[in-house]
Each structure stands twice: as C-alpha cells, then as structure tokens.
Design a protein. Structure first.
Length: 344
C-alpha cells in the first residue's frame, strides 16, 4: 500500500471532521479510519487521515467517478479498503449539459474562492455563474481579484464585483505577495476548507503556493499568460487537497472558462435578489419581465434603479437553468424526472 510519510500529521478535527459526520457513524464502524479524499484519478483515490496520506484500495468493480476531493470516507485500518462514503455537507458540481452526468468539483467546502484577474479575464457574466453555483451548494462565495498591481483601476473592478450580489465578500490582492495569505486567513482557519475556481492564468496555483507556504520544487506549477487576451494554460490538471499555513485546507481545481448552469434555481434567486424582490409587484404573477404591461422590474430599469444588462443576464441564466433542470412529470404515484424537451 502506498504511503506518503513526508506529510505532517493532522487530527480529524483539523481536517474538517465535525458532528455532522460523527452522527453518521454506526456503532459497528468505530474501528474504521476516518479519512478525507485528497485526490481523485480515473482508477485510484488517495485520502488523508491523522497519520498522513495513503492510496486507497477500492472494492471490486468500484468506480472513482462518484467521489470528490474533500469527501469523508471510512476505511479499513489494516487493508486500506474503502468501506463507504459519508453524506456530504456541501457539494460543488459542474452541470454536464443535456443528459450528461454532472462533474463533481469538490465536497464539504466551506468557502468558494472565485478567482479572477483585473484584466481582460474579468467578466461579470462568468462571475455570476460561479456565484449561482456557490449559492446553490451552500458554500460561502468570496471573489478574489488578482493582479491588482497591473491595473490603474482596481477600485473600479471592486465596485463592479460588489454589485453582483448583496453582501458579497470581495478581496483584492497580489497572489505572489506574502500578505495574500493574511488576506484570505479568515476563511482558512483550522478545520476550514476552501476551494479555488476560475479561469486558467488568474493566479489560482500561485495563491495555493502562497497559502501553503510552498516554493521551489514543492510548489504547484504555474504558467505564463498571454498578454493579448489574458488567457493562460492549464497548469492544474487534477483536483487536489492541500494544507495551508493557517491550518485550513484548500482544494485546487483546473481552470474553467465555461460553466453551464442547471439545477440552481435557489442560487439564482440569491444572486439576483433585487429582481426577485421586485417581481411580486408586477401585474402578472408569471411575468417574464420582457414585454408584459405593469412590470415592476422593467419599470425599475426605466427609472435607472436596475441595470438593464443585469436583467438581460438574469433572463439568459434563468432560461438556461430551466432548460438544464430536470422536472418531475407523469401520473401521480408514478412520477419520474425528465429534462425539458426530453422524449418518452
């Protein structure tokens, strides 16, 4: 069995174990190891426990696709055979589009760091997709604006971002600067888990190295960014769990430039709370805020109280979400989930 003894020990509580998981244990499972999935590959899993990281043995015909980095699992202490996965507190998953199975991003995450840089990568529309994902999963979103040293209008980027959602936490930093770890420390304390998402080249791997105190050969690989369009190469190719210098844990993820939304109705309502609040004042209960008379939402746009571009993005995301969200249909007592437009 493969061990990774170079990693320091960490208690279950320091790894993020809490009463939510403890309550799931059966009396006859007390002897099993409580481990947290550290990496997920096509044919293998590694997991972290209080004594370090090991490669798990899977039962015959078991698949790794149903596991996410951050999952808690119970493992036989002698054979390291994975016994079962515990229910998740939170799950970040990327909608596959159509009938495709969603892609698991990370599990049991407290904070989602949505990283974007103050250059051509900055896109309110893309940030809103990530925010809807975080809201639906029940994680706390924090937008991290990087490369503030390369712009003369960092405050402008800050104002645009803060306007995307009520009470949204937004921080600005230089990913390479030592103070970046202090800036993110409130979300990276002992037992806390954060995950990084964002496009390639925005500084996720650099931030991870700063938070984990890594340099030289132990650092996560980083890559150059094309100045012409601010796009970077994918230097992170797999999701992985890393300890921070402040005692927390971060999950690094490959860069994503596209993110399809589906099954995030509650997340969209939280994201576009100002539109949701106005909707009950519309004349018609099923108002689409597009052409109906007596629309309070369009009236707010005309009065300059609501950004028309914001309404356009709400309409686009809402339609995309409807098209990618399964609905329960069929006779009572025999209802099934079907995607909109799916045949019998």
């Amino acid at each position: 069995m493969s061990h990774f003894p170079e990693q320091p020990t960490a208690s279950a509580a320091a790894l993020g174990w809490c009463p939510y998981f403890e309550d799931q244990l059966a009396p006859d499972e007390a002897h099993l190891l409580k481990m947290r999935v550290a990496t997920v590959h096509r044919t293998r899993l590694t997991a972290r426990s209080s004594t370090g990281t090991v490669r798990l043995r899977l039962a015959e015909a078991a698949q790794t696709a149903g596991f996410a980095v951050g999952d808690w699992v119970l493992v036989d202490p002698e054979s390291y055979v994975l016994y079962r996965r515990l229910d998740r507190r939170t799950l970040l998953q990327r909608h596959g589009g159509g009938r495709q199975v969603p892609q698991l991003i990370a599990a049991n995450v407290d904070t989602l760091f949505i990283v974007t840089s103050c250059n051509d990568d900055f896109s309110p529309a893309r940030l809103e997709r990530y925010l809807a994902l975080a809201n639906e999963a029940g994680t706390t979103p924090v937008v991290v604006l990087t490369k503030i040293d390369r712009t003369h209008d960092a405050e402008g980027y800050l104002r645009q971002t803060e306007a995307l959602q009520r009470g949204l936490a937004v921080v600005m930093l230089n990913a390479k600067a030592p103070e970046a770890a202090r800036t993110l420390a409130p979300w990276c304390g002992a037992g806390q888990t954060a995950a990084f998402v964002g496009s390639s080249g925005v500084g996720k791997s650099t931030l991870l190295n700063t938070l984990a105190g890594r340099s030289g050969e132990h650092a996560q690989a980083t890559g150059p960014v094309r100045e012409a369009d601010a796009k970077g190469r994918h230097t992170t190719t797999a999701r992985s769990l890393h300890e921070t210098v402040t005692g927390g844990w971060v999950i690094d993820t490959p860069g994503m430039r596209s993110l399809t939304v589906g099954g995030v109705s509650a997340g969209l309502d939280e994201l576009f709370a100002e539109i949701v609040d106005l909707a009950p004042r519309c004349r018609f209960r099923d108002c689409t805020h597009a052409h109906e008379p007596g629309c309070a939402v369009r009236a707010a746009v005309e009065a300059g109280k609501l950004d028309s571009a914001r309404l356009d993005r709400w309409r686009k995301l809402s339609e995309e979400n409807r098209n990618n969200t399964a609905v329960r249909t069929g006779p009572r007592g025999n209802r099934i989930l079907k995607m909109p437009g799916q045949g019998r």
